[in-house]
Design a protein around this ligand. Structure first.
Ligand SMILES: NC(=O)c1ccc[n+]([C@@H]2O[C@H](COP(=O)([O-])OP(=O)(O)OC[C@H]3O[C@@H](n4cnc5c(N)ncnc54)[C@H](OP(=O)(O)O)[C@@H]3O)[C@@H](O)[C@H]2O)c1
Length: 371
């Protein structure tokens, strides 16, 4: 611990994973998609996260680049020290590595002080040759897809053991989506299995009080729309579909459908996998859409002109719709985790939103935070 502390930035020194003075993310007044705050409406039935921002676990699981154990712990500790109390991980992230790292930090905290989500759909099995996929130096495991009822129970149990914790709050059915390169168009076959297996089983686990809520965790819109038709989810993790760069489809189709069913959204990849924090990588396909770098420069210039920065604008944009329960930027280092948490505590001047709309850089229909 002593050596780890040497790496802590001044921001987090003395507050290492401590339970003192937890900062609860404020629920600012929202210029909303609709004006209803579901968390405060007793007539609404689905679980809603109590925190408006969190920490995502892709980089903690060696996504894109290796992350040392030390840096992973520092990132988690830094997020905690800055008041982050919602954490999202998955068995898939680093083939178990991300869950083990989250658990290593969170085991020191009181369970009732934070909310944790993980995912189901892949079961892990030890191997000498793990698939690399997005993961650099992952744990020595491979995976099989299992969206059945028993697969979901087993996955949750496996996750609890990797995490070393006694409970998981929210479970997302992971990557049941056409962009999953293993499934592609066969995702609909797996969807049928999940509709008969994983989905009713997760509803049962919610009724049994084992979890508080469940939904899908996917990078496309169709699977969530389909789930709303056939099952009773609480909250869905929609990644890559609601960022400064790409959001019209979510505004047109996803958000109204979710609101109708009282289902809230966690926005994954709010920085487009680093792009809106200045990294030259856009989402997960390895392709950079044409014109996006120029658009990013224009948005960054407007942010700077009004005394803020691109990353802060991006996070507030994704958090603004009333249907959005939380945004969960990922972080690889203590500095990134602290910066993102601090961004969420600052305000973006209203002139930024006016100018972004006037320049047609964001949709006219996009809700923006009220200052
Ligand atoms: N299907 C799903 O369920 C699904 C899909 C995607 C994401 N998610 C969830 O959403 C979370 C967020 O997505 P993500 O982590 O992939 O992408 P992201 O939040 O859009 O971007 C994270 C990356 O941005 C860079 N970054 C973050 N903060 C920074 C800062 N302050 N300064 C400079 N760079 C910064 C880092 O890049 P470097 O790594 O290059 O340092 C980091 O890895 C995930 O971690 C996961 O929990 C879920």
């Amino acid at each position: 611990m002593g050596t780890r502390r040497n790496f802590l930035s001044n921001l987090v020194k003395g507050a290492v994973c401590s339970a003192t003075a937890p900062w609860m993310a404020p629920r600012w007044t929202k210029t909303s998609f609709t004006d209803t705050d579901m968390s405060e409406n007793p007539n609404k039935k689905h679980y809603r996260l109590p925190f408006h921002s969190g920490l995502g676990g892709v980089a903690i699981g060696n996504g894109f680049k290796p992350t040392s154990d030390e840096n992973a712990q520092l990132a988690l500790e830094s997020a905690w020290a800055e008041g982050v109390r919602y954490f999202d991980t998955s068995p898939w992230y680093g083939l178990g590595l991300s869950e083990r790292r989250f658990g290593h930090c969170l085991k020191n905290q009181k369970r009732e002080e934070y909310v944790l989500s993980t995912k189901v759909g892949r079961l892990l099995k030890a191997t000498k040759t793990p698939p690399r996929a997005l993961w650099q130096n992952p744990s020595p495991f491979t995976h099989t897809y299992d969206y059945t009822a028993s697969g979901v129970r087993r996955s949750v149990e496996d996750s609890l053991q990797r995490l070393g914790l006694e409970s998981i709050d929210v479970v997302f059915i992971h990557d049941l989506s056409p962009d999953n390169g293993d499934l592609k168009e066969r995702w609909t076959e797996q969807f049928e299995i999940a509709a008969k297996g994983a989905m009713p089983e997760l509803t049962k686990m919610r009724e049994e009080g084992l979890i508080k809520g469940w939904g899908l965790g996917v990078n496309t819109i169709e699977p969530i729309l389909k789930t709303l038709e056939v099952a009773d989810p609480d909250i869905c993790l929609s990644a890559t579909q609601y960022s400064l760069m790409h959001h019209q489809d979510a505004l047109d189709r996803l958000f109204p459908a979710c609101e109708k069913k009282d289902v809230s959204i966690v926005v994954g990849a709010p920085l487009n996998a680093g792009f809106l924090a200045g990294v030259d990588r856009y989402d997960y396909s390895g392709k950079m859409p044409e014109g996006y770098q120029a658009k990013r420069e224009k948005i960054a210039a407007i942010a700077k002109k009004h005394g803020t920065d691109l990353r802060t604008v991006a996070l507030h944009f994704s958090a603004a719709p009333s249907v959005v329960a939380a945004v969960i930027p990922g972080a690889r280092t203590a500095r990134q985790a602290a910066e993102n948490a601090i961004s969420m505590k600052t305000k973006v001047p209203s002139e930024v939103w006016k100018e972004l709309k006037a320049e047609k850089l964001i949709s006219e229909q996009a809700p923006v935070p009220q200052s």
